[in-house]
Structures are given as structure tokens and as C-alpha cells.
Ligand binder design. Structure first.
Ligand SMILES: [Fe+2]
Length: 385
């Protein structure tokens, strides 16, 4: 997160004695990425954050691959993913490679009886249905429909939902998730042409400090395994912190679309970048205004990226047979484009209410067994007259 933030109490100078009111010292922790070269935060803990008591059995949660090498365009009926009580068990990885796992989850219950950390991946949670609060050791972030939650690797968190009706698109990214470099100046500040700015971020707030000893279960995802560690102190024992490495939220409704006289290419919708994929937000917007404009996209041959589009809400101008929660996969290697009739049918239209999230990966995606269960099986023929 390329802005500075701080919460709670911190010492005047880093790496110096920070005394508790009743004696003893707070324990400093550097929480960083990319060795000591990436963004980092310094947090101050009531207890040493290293007190592992037990290590339990690890569970293999790696995705089960059904199609290793795919060239089939596919459509997945996302709301057919069955709700499950547990936040992690609800996750169904659908499209995966070594860079990212993309999946859906419909968790019914809040995650409050253990703590969770993804040690390998930054997590992006896109909230399609539901609301609640993301709770972390660096503060809390209330979320609602349309929010992206970006949770850097290593963040310990819990999540509280307001109801049992929750639908989440998630990406576990093995590369850090950043805002696009071209939106930022050399200091990191978002530029005037960026479709969003720092004011749009939902930063952690309401830091709560728990000075508790006992048994605290933490499930840690690492190398496809879910490890279970029991800590002797409450993981949310931070009295204060500052720095650049922390979770944040951003509402898709705050993305300001860039439009033009003629059709604008997908990069104008870009919201996040990594070294291996991009995330774009397709939001309600006015259509192209050249007198001869064709609002529907041209056919395009994304020869070296797999294109995953998650349909959130509104109408989907260039597609037929698409509803909320559907995912389309347009694999690298073959062109795709508007469905029959939609190219001509788009002429003269002034605006769209479409809302969608796109994830384009630079390396091919594998299709999981979970994905095949919700694959409509015939989408690849949907461009025939
Ligand atoms: Fe496309």
C-alpha cells in the first residue's frame, strides 16, 4: 500500500525502548515483503509474537487440477458454488497457475474461532454479496457490496459477516498486488489521470488490543498446506503501528471510468497490477460518442493472456446468456469477441450499467475439478450463428 498510515501508540524513534505504563517493554516487529526491500510496517506488541505452543496436523488444500492445458472458452455458473459454514472450507479454487489461484466462496459463518494467515499469497477478496468487518492485527476495515479487500501476505486476520448470505470472488496472488505503476508519480502518489485516488481507500481503523494469554489457533496457508499452529498469546495484541504494509479496501463503485470517442481498450479499466496478472473494473459508464462509434468491443486475440471475467451486476452488452456471478474464461491462443448480434445491436446505445471484474493472467490457467462442476460445457460454441 503506497501511502503511509499509523494507528495507536508508537515510540518517537524506531528500534528504541518503548515502555509499557506498568513496566516492561512493548515488542517491536517489522512486517515487510520482498526481503527488506518492499513495503513494511513496524508494529508494537504486548507480547512477543513468536510464542508457538503446538503445531497440529497440516491439511492439503492444494487445488485439484482437471484440465492441465486448456484451449476451451468456458462459462461457469458461479452462484452454483454451494455455501459452506467455514470461511476457508467455502473457498473453491477454479482457475489456477503458479502465479494466482482464482476462486469463489460463499461462506455462511464469520471467521472468529481461529485466526488465518496466508503466508504465500496476497489475497484479493471482491465482495459481491454481504457486508461485515475484516479484523486484523493492524486494525479493522468495514466492507460492503462492491469492495475489493487487498490483504498482503502474512497478515493475520479474521472476518465477521453481518448475515449468512455472502458471495466472494477471490484471488490468491503469489506476487504482490499493487496499484498500477502508470497511475503513480515517482513518489508513489496517484496522478490526476488515475481513475481513483488516495481518498478512495478504506484504511484500517479502530485498532483493538487484546492482552490475553491462552491457546490461540492460527491456520496458516503455505505451499498448498493449511498448517495449524497454537500460539500462547492473542495475535491481535498490537498497541500501535506505522508504515506502508497493511490491508486496505477499495470500492469498485469509486472507480471512475475513462471513456472516449471510440472504443477504449481494457487497460483503461485497470485497477490493480502484479508481475503476473492484472485486475480491471468494468463499471457503469457512458459509451463512445464518435457519430459512427461501435460501443461493443472489437474481436480480440489475447494471444498471450488468459482472460477471466466475473460478472457482478447490470447488463452485459457484448454477451448473451450471462448473469450475475457467472465467470467467462477466454483462453490465450484463440480470438474472442461480441456474441452474434451484439456488435450491431450496440450501435446507438448511450450507456451501460455493467459491473464486472476482469483478471487477465500472462500465463495459462489450469481448470480445477471444482470448476468443471459449474462449467456450462457449451460456451465455446456460443459465437456460432
Ligand atoms: Fe476480451
Amino acid at each position: 500500500m503506497p501511502i503511509y498510515h499509523k494507528l495507536g501508540k508508537i515510540p518517537q524513534k524506531r528500534h528504541t525502548q518503548f515502555e509499557k505504563p506498568n513496566g516492561g517493554l512493548y515488542y517491536e516487529q517489522l512486517f515487510g515483503t520482498i526481503g527488506f526491500d518492499g513495503m513494511s510496517s513496524l508494529s508494537y506488541h504486548v507480547h512477543r509474537p513468536t510464542q508457538v505452543k503446538e503445531i497440529g496436523k497440516a491439511l492439503d488444500v492444494s487445488p485439484k487440477i482437471a484440465v492441465e492445458k486448456n484451449i476451451t472458452s468456458r462459462k461457469f455458473i458461479g452462484f452454483d458454488v454451494a455455501p459452506k459454514d467455514d470461511f476457508l472450507e467455502a473457498r473453491e479454487p477454479l482457475l489456477v497457475n503458479n502465479d494466482v489461484h482464482v476462486g469463489l466462496a460463499a461462506p455462511r459463518k464469520s471467521l472468529t474461532n481461529y485466526f488465518y494467515k496466508n503466508a504465500d499469497a496476497d489475497e484479493m477478496l471482491f465482495i459481491h454479496k454481504g457486508s461485515g468487518t475484516l479484523k486484523t492485527f493492524l486494525g479493522n476495515i468495514p466492507f460492503e457490496y462492491g469492495d475489493y479487500l487487498i490483504i498482503p501476505r502474512g497478515m493475520i486476520y479474521q472476518i465477521e459477516f453481518d448475515t449468512e448470505d455472502n458471495r466472494i470472488l477471490y484471488a490468491e496472488s503469489f506476487h504482490p498486488i499493487y496499484t498500477p505503476k502508470r497511475y503513480r508519480n515517482w513518489f508513489g502518489q496517484l496522478l490526476e489521470h488515475s481513475p481513483f485516488c488516495e481518498r478512495d481507500y478504506k484504511l484500517p481503523q479502530d485498532l483493538q488490543t487484546f492482552d490475553e494469554k491462552g491457546e490461540f489457533l492460527m491456520k496458516i496457508k503455505k505451499q498448498g498446506m493449511l498448517h495449524q499452529l497454537v500460539y500462547a498469546t492473542h495475535p491481535f495484541d498490537v498497541i500501535g503501528w506505522d508504515g506502508y504494509n497493511f490491508p486496505y479496501g477499495f470500492s469498485i463503485h469509486n472507480f471512475e471510468p475513462i471513456t472516449g470517442r471510440v472504443h477504449q481498450p481494457p487497460p483503461v479499466h485497470q485497477t490493480f497490477e502484479t508481475g503476473a496478472f492484472v485486475v480491471c473494473s468494468f463499471c457503469p459508464r457512458l459509451y463512445d460518442y464518435h457519430p459512427k462509434a461501435i460501443p461493443a468491443p472489437y474481436n480480440h486475440s489475447n494471444i498471450d493472456s488468459d482472460e477471466v471475467l466475473y460478472y457482478v451486476d447490470g447488463d452485459f452488452m457484448s454477451r448473451t446468456g450471462i448473469g450475475p456471478g457467472y465467470i467467462s474464461l477466454h483462453p490465450a491462443g484463440i480470438p474472442h469477441g461480441p456474441h452474434p448480434g451484439t456488435y450491431e445491436g450496440s450501435i446507438g446505445k448511450k450507456e451501460t450499467e455493467e459491473l464486472a471484474v476482469m483478471i487477465d493472467t500472462f500465463k495459462p490457467l489450469k481448470v480445477t475439478e471444482n470448476a468443471l462442476k459449474i462449467d456450462d460445457g457449451k460456451y465455446y460454441k456460443s459465437w456460432l450463428e
